[in-house]
Design a binder for this molecule. Structure first.
Ligand SMILES: Cc1ncc(COP(=O)(O)O)c(C=O)c1O
Length: 373
């Protein structure tokens, strides 16, 4: 009994581990509450780089059929869904054994951190970038060496290479990057990997379908490149949570040590297969998003506003009063992300189809008029 006297549970106080106590909770900023509070309005949710159209009709049909015809929701999901692995491998141009399917690409990023990082090691990453990854990295006890180049829109892998030291385990490249939209070419990523064989180079390709450029083929050439991809962006399945990782056989073996094979639910697996069976639908959406981007650029150019195009499904707009404009747009039912704390004056505007962007720009015009008066 003496030994239990100071036990935290008996004091009614469970202690979190000291490493976790130092972390700030990840605080998501989302427009969903605002959207729910005005149900009658047409909203443009452009703050999380999601897609603005429904999934392919084939996806809907597959899910409805499954629910109508003797669904098996009482069973755990398939844990080695060959059809899914083969479809993804065919799409990427790799072997099914080089694929790990995960609960969103977030899970792939988290597992990479769990597998390769610990106290005393570090991650090198250009910033600003996708914060979630940096959070996953810090959670392991590793440190993050943030590389803030002279020009965040023209980052160089030379600056990244200079930051690598004997304790660097991972270089994280969101490719295209969120929020800058920068893209590193496979040739320069390969050079970095060849010169630093002890470092794992992570190419986070959540926006691959919009950029059309990938490092996935490099997985055949070197063991220290991995690619993560998502079904949340172009494939419209953010709510179902499914993504994947492409890596060498040895990386996949390492990842399987920590991966929970139940982490991807049945509906997500069905939807992903159906989505990959209807690529023309998504390609047509991408073309429309690019026309939408052109409309926004044209709108900004005519009004003397700086608009920075990106390789992803968003553009960056530089304004004198970014925070105020973001708030005023939200009042108009257009939700964007104020990024001015990282990139001076910048708001990030997600892109939808050209028809949707035409409507968004009308609302933007209203905001600009109000600002002038
Ligand atoms: C660069 C980047 N990587 C990964 C993700 C997360 O993707 P998923 O929904 O597949 O977890 C995001 C989401 O915004 C992102 O911007």
């Amino acid at each position: 009994m003496e030994a239990l006297k100071n036990h935290p549970l008996l004091e009614g106080k469970v202690q979190v581990s000291s490493r976790i106590r130092e972390l700030a909770p990840y605080d998501p900023v989302s427009s969903l509450d605002a959207i729910k509070s005005r149900p009658g309005m047409v909203h443009y949710k452009l703050d999380w780089n999601e897609t603005t159209v429904p999934p392919s009709p084939r996806v809907k049909k597959r899910l409805v059929e499954y629910l109508q015809n003797g669904y098996k929701l009482h069973w755990y999901p398939e844990m080695n869904n060959r059809q899914l692995f083969e479809k993804i491998a065919g799409y990427v141009g790799c072997r099914p054994s080089q694929v790990l399917v995960t609960n969103g690409s977030d899970e792939a990023l988290e597992l990479l951190c769990q597998c390769y990082l610990e106290d005393g090691y570090n991650v090198v990453s250009p910033v600003p970038t996708y914060n979630h990854f940096l959070h996953f990295a810090r959670r392991t006890g590793a440190t993050v060496k943030e590389v803030r180049g002279a020009n965040p829109f023209l980052p160089s892998l030379k600056e990244i290479a200079r930051a690598i030291d004997g304790n660097t385990k991972i270089v994280y490249l969101a490719n295209p990057n969120n929020p800058t939209g920068n893209l590193y070419s496979p040739a320069e990523v390969l050079q970095l990997a060849i010169h630093h064989p002890q470092v794992l180079i992570v190419s986070d390709e959540a926006y691959y379908e919009f950029a059309g450029v990938s490092c996935a083929k490099l997985v055949e050439e070197v063991d220290n490149i991995v690619v993560t991809r998502s079904f949340s962006k172009c494939f419209v399945l953010a709510g179902l949570r499914i993504g994947y990782l492409v890596g060498s056989d040895s990386i996949i073996t390492d990842m399987r040590r920590v991966h929970n094979p139940k982490s991807v639910n049945t509906m997500a697996q069905l939807a992903a297969v159906a989505a990959l069976e209807d690529l023309p639908y998504y390609k047509s959406y991408i073309r429309s998003v690019k026309r939408g981007a052109a409309l926004v650029q044209d709108f900004c150019r005519k009004r003397g506003i700086r608009c920075i195009p990106t390789y992803a499904n968003f553009v960056l707009i530089q304004l004198d009063e970014p925070t105020r404009v973001a708030e005023m747009l939200a009042e108009q039912g257009v939700y964007v992300r104020d990024r001015s704390h990282q990139l001076p004056g910048i708001i990030r505007l997600g892109l939808g189809t050209e028809e949707q962007m035409a409507e968004v720009l009308q609302r933007f015009e209203q905001v600009l008029l109000k600002l002038r008066n």
